[in-house]
Design a protein around this ligand. Structure first.
Ligand code: IMP
Ligand code: MG
Length: 175
């Protein structure tokens, strides 16, 4: 059965404000002429990537990668690469843009994967972080919100592919 409307945790307005702050922070950490490659992790990071990228004055290249690790609300523990990036990141400044860091397995696997492609540097950026769930120690350089251990949906995040278009972040209580 489809769960009821998710209980609001982070409002649309709070998300908008925080993404602008993150954008400012990232913009200041790089010189204005430094090209940055933003790599969004499909599909959850779509909305975050689109909004964040528009706050950066630097020349930005965007690519997308698709991995799978989740089944419903359970992490399967293994990260499978479903679709790789197309652009060459060798010698470039890369920022991985994720919706949420949970166990850290996905982000860690992505960092290892991109390191093999010899970028100048890799940083990581996540809209949400659930630090209490961490199993793998992976640096998150830019974090939107730290949240408790709830399964959340909205603003790109899904439960079995639904709720991504919810404009706020909400908690699914009955799954
Ligand atoms: P990790 O590998 O355990 O860190 O999981 C990261 C991925 O799991 C994220 O990119 C999300 O796609 C998914 N995920 C983790 N927690 C949630 C959640 O609360 N709601 C929706 N997706 C989640
Ligand atoms: Mg994801």
């Amino acid at each position: 059965m489809m769960p009821a409307q998710p209980a609001p945790l982070i409002t649309q307005e709070a998300i908008r404000t925080r993404i602008a702050e993150l954008g400012l922070q990232i913009a200041r950490d790089y010189t204005p002429t430094t090209p940055i490659v933003l790599i969004g992790v499909l599909r959850g990071a779509l909305y975050f990537l689109a909004d964040l990228s528009r706050h950066l004055p630097q020349p930005v290249e965007i690519d997308l990668i698709r991995v799978s690790s989740y089944d419903g609300t359970n992490s399967t523990g293994t990260v499978t690469l479903l679709q790789d990036i197309q652009i060459d990141i060798q010698g470039k400044e890369v920022i991985i843009v994720e919706d949420i860091v949970d166990t850290g397995r996905t982000l860690n696997a992505l960092c290892q994967h991109f390191l093999k492609l010899s970028p100048k540097r890799i940083k990581t950026c996540a809209l949400l972080d659930k630090p209490s769930r961490r199993e793998v120690n992976v640096p998150v350089h830019y974090t939107g919100f730290r949240i408790p251990d709830h399964f959340v949906v909205g603003f790109g995040l899904d439960y079995n592919q639904t709720y991504r278009n919810l404009p706020y972040i909400g908690v699914l209580t009955d799954v």
